[in-house]
Design a protein around this ligand. Structure first.
Ligand code: 0A1
Ligand code: ZN
Length: 853
């Protein structure tokens, strides 16, 4: 390809500032599908009306479609067609468009549009997949009611909305609620249903079904229960009722993401819905519950009110993540859920925000929108809603939400609409708060203090480091929840929210009887990095006494991070006071076992690397791995007796149930077992493996064994037991790579990639092995470069088949700048090889270019 061709082919970014309303609106859509694996015919009949506010030419999106015929008001037309668009001369006023296209679901390996997964037809249209099904204005601000007819011999034929006529080899579906095309869905296959029903507060009976392959019918009960609890919760907390006669969920094996909120027909990655005690861990159950809730909650926050354009993605995603977090907090332990959410935020979003892929919660431009389904849009987006709620107060928050639903139902909205609702409902000026949506990067908040004559002053300084394309940062509104403790551990002042608005700001607490110990950023009230020179004694004090459970946990985390970074730099060894304090928490049975397990969990090696990098030192992944192991060994030795008693005390009682309480006990049981295995050579773990009657205990013991370099025979038995269960086998693949020693990881991954069951076109299996290696920090970053080679070779191979999953996984290289020159060279070379592979997708091309920038 010559330079000019290459320049010509370079995909152009799309900018938020260029948004224009659609020239043509859609009144009604009728689709007929004649299903065939390689030659499906899609007939569309669409009523178009000109948009009086934005006159313009008629253009439809369309990709990989074979146009068979087209007509306007019954008269055949010959449109102009490019790879991505169709244009045609039209009447000035309303008209009916009819087209027939042919598509090839079997040949569609991208898992976007209409594709096949294990003999079943299914669709994925968000963000821009509908254009691979038929010609259409594939943009979220074009909303219309759809009716669909599916013609096929397959027994189950599903689409959005309510069921219409059903006959021999056809089914019709009518969705009365106007929706954008990205919410369209169709499923056809040999499926069976786990059925139930729900009566809404308004008395409407809704038929519920989870559709699966016959072998999976025993894995639906939990998902169904989670769905019914979600429906009730949304009525009770947000006053939102369901609005169709049926709600269908389908489990699909080949899926790029977790799940999709298509109107009335949610499609799930089977890993995100199927669970039984024997095959799924507690963590799987919890994730399933929150994804079911998330997709269900989208019915109001996403479907009834959608996004005007894809730059507004956080409008539906940030809010819906926040709602699913609230749901899980209510259904389980709020304190534990908050810690889990912050762990995930720091591991994924802070990492993103502090590297080359940093972008605002509402990006200003993109090349490929699929690359912006990120932790920043989702998880930081949810943090913004959480801050807003804290700033306006709970009552005002729910009043504003009522207004949002009343004012914008049926519309495609923007962040401006969302904030205007809050301004109107509360009278508050949110112009400064709005900066959170446009400014990338994790703010740093520095705190110093002053104590004088009964007055205690906290001085804050806020600063956001530059991010790609954004050198100048402005001050943000940062709610900092603070409590003050007395030296005896009692509360001098309960939690108060201080609102930081300027670069430097002080707050004084008067009339205090003694110098307080501050507990700052309680509940992690803002997504910032807090810097405070706090000594070990103060942290140990907070770990013992803080009444805010997040900050109690945070105290332990801070101590462990300090200790581990010090060890990595050769400055200290595992600190005895810290080990004792951790052992106190371990033994403290007034504390929730789940919380105790979280306190004992060491910061990840990636977290230590990032912390060192921020302190201007070059992290050495091998050394970090060694000191993490040393710390765990030291704690195991220090607390062996207590670990043994807690391990015994946490032994399961009664039948397994995936509830928060039981899961908490098992988390502490497995945490103790993992540490004890460092002392007993895996004896207890082998015993637990033999008696385990649920996956949490089976996997807990197997991973404890693998961590101490044992478990060979159990791995073989595990394989024999689960060879026919795809989801369990994913665990078998991933754990071997993720828990391998640094020197073995790439070799084990390479061997597993030769395994006959390594079906690399299945995203879950690909993630298990390739993602499994990337999650093994010391193995991936091994000085030989073999980890980088393995991952990049596979990304190059996957890209032409599935660009979306390739592009997402390329983020494993986003931290390359942290490391030493040799590793940087190796990673840049790996990225360079990806970048120069012929025909690289727009998705991966954009990601690699941004990572290297
Ligand atoms: N809206 C879904 C996530 C999703 C996005 C894109 C997909 O395909 C490219 C699939 C799912 C959610 O938030 O759950
Ligand atoms: Zn979502």
């Amino acid at each position: 390809m010559s330079t000019t061709d290459a320049q010509h082919a370079a995909p152009q970014p799309i900018y938020l500032k260029d948004y224009r309303p659609p020239a043509w609106l859609v009144e009604d859509v009728k689709l007929t599908f004649r299903l065939d694996p390689t030659a499906t015919r899609v007939l569309s009949r669409i009523r178009f009306v000109p948009n009086p506010d934005a006159p313009g030419a008629f253009k439809l999106d369309g990709e990989k479609l074979k146009l068979i015929s087209a007509a306007i008001d019954g008269v055949p037309v010959e449109p102009e067609i490019t790879d991505t668009q169709l244009t045609c001369k039209t009447p000035d006023g309303p008209f009916t468009w009819e087209a027939e296209v042919e598509i090839d679901p079997q040949g569609n390996t991208t898992l976007e549009g209409l594709y096949m997964s294990n003999g079943m037809y299914c669709t994925q249209c968000e963000a821009e997949g509908f254009r691979k099904i038929t010609y259409y204005p594939d943009r979220p601000d074009v909303m219309a009611p759809f009716s669909v007819r599916i013609e096929s011999d397959l027994p189950v034929l599903l689409s959005n909305g309510n069921p219409g006529k059903r006959g021999d080899a056809f089914a019709e579906w009518i969705d009365p609620w106007p929706k954008p095309a990205y919410l369209f869905a169709l499923v056809a296959g040999e499926l069976v249903a786990h059925e139930d029903s729900f009566t809404t507060a308004g008395g409407k009976d809704v038929d519920l079904a989870i559709w699966v392959r016959e072998a999976d019918i025993g894995k639906c009960a939990f998902g169904m229960d989670a769905l019914k609890r979600s429906m009730l919760w949304d009525e009770q907390v947000y006053g939102r009722e369901y609005d169709l006669d049926v709600f269908n969920i389908v489990a699909v094996d080949d899926f790029n993401m977790g799940a999709m909120e298509n109107k009335g027909l949610n499609i799930f990655n089977s890993a995100a819905v199927l669970a039984s005690p024997e095959t799924a861990t507690d963590a799987n159950f919890e994730r399933i519950e929150s994804i079911i809730a998330h997709e269900y909650f989208h019915n109001w926050t996403g479907n009834r009110i959608t996004c005007r354009d894809w730059f507004q993605l956080c409008l539906k995603e940030g809010l819906t993540v926040f709602r699913d977090q609230q749901f899980s907090a209510d259904e389980r332990s709020a304190a534990v859920r908050r810690i889990d959410d912050v762990l995930a935020l720091r591991a994924r979003q802070f990492r993103e925000d502090n590297g080359p892929l940093a972008h605002p919660v509402r990006p200003q431009s993109f090349v490929e929108i699929n690359n912006f389904y990120t932790a920043t849009v989702y998880e930081k987006g949810a943090e913004l809603i959480r801050m807003l709620k804290r700033l306006v107060g709970d009552n005002a928050y729910y009043e504003a939400l009522e207004l949002y639903f009343a004012r914008h139902d049926g519309q495609a909205c923007t962040i401006e609409d969302w904030l205007a609702v809050f301004e109107d409902a509360t009278g508050r000026d949110l112009s400064q708060f709005k900066r959170w949506y446009s400014q990338a990067g994790t703010p740093r908040v520095y705190v110093t203090e002053d104590w004088r004559d009964g007055s205690y002053t906290l001085q804050f300084h806020q600063e956001t480091p530059p991010t790609p394309g954004q050198d100048e940062k402005r001050s943000l509104v940062i709610p900092v929840a603070v409590g003050l403790l007395a030296q005896n551990g009692s509360e001098l002042r309960g939690t108060e929210v201080l609102e930081l608005t300027s670069r430097e700001q002080s707050f004084t607490f008067e009339n205090l009887p003694e110098r307080p110990v501050p507990s700052i950023l309680r509940e992690f009230s803002a997504p910032v990095i807090l810097h405070r020179n706090s000594d070990k004694a103060e942290r140990l004090f907070l770990l013992r006494h803080d009444t805010d459970s997040f900050n109690k946990w945070e105290a332990a985390r801070g101590l462990m991070k300090d200790c581990l970074t010090g060890m990595a730099l050769g400055e200290n060894t595992a600190d005895e006071d810290l080990l004792s304090a951790l052992a106190d928490v371990l033994r403290d049975d007034t504390l929730d076992p789940a919380f105790r397990a979280l306190v004992l969990q060491q910061p990840s090696e990636d977290d230590i690397a990032q912390t060192l990098f921020e302190a201007n030192t070059t992290p050495d992944p091998t050394r970090i791995h060694q000191v993490s192991e040393q710390f765990a060994n030291a704690f195991a030795a220090h607390a062996e007796g207590s670990l043994a008693s807690v391990f015994t005390a946490m032994k399961p009682e009664g039948v397994y149930a995936p509830d928060a309480q039981g899961a908490g006990r098992r988390a502490l049981l497995n945490a103790s077992l993992t540490l004890l295995s460092r002392r007993d050579g895996g004896e207890r773990a082998a015993e637990q493996y033999d008696t385990a009657d649920n996956m949490t205990l089976q996997l807990g013991s197997l991973s404890a064994l693998l961590r101490v370099g044992s478990g060979i025979s159990q791995l073989e038995r595990f394989y024999d037991q689960w060879a026919d269960d795809r989801l369990v086998l994913d665990k078998w693949f991933s754990m071997q790579v993720a828990l391998a020693t640094p020197g073995d990881a790439a070799r084990i991954a390479t061997d597993l990639a030769e395994h006959p069951k390594f079906d690399w076109k299945n995203p879950n299996r690909f993630r298990a092995v390739v993602g499994g290696l990337a999650s093994n920090a010391a193995g991936f970053h091994h000085a030989s470069g073999k980890g980088y080679d393995f991952v990049s070779d596979w990304l190059i191979r996957l890209d032409p088949v599935n660009p979306q999953t390739t592009a997402r996984m390329s983020t494993v290289f986003e931290t390359w700048r942290r490391y030493d020159a040799d590793r940087q060279d190796l990673m840049r070379a790996a990225l360079g090889r990806i970048q120069s592979s012929p025909g690289l997708s727009r998705d991966t091309g954009e990601m690699v270019a941004r990572i290297l920038e």
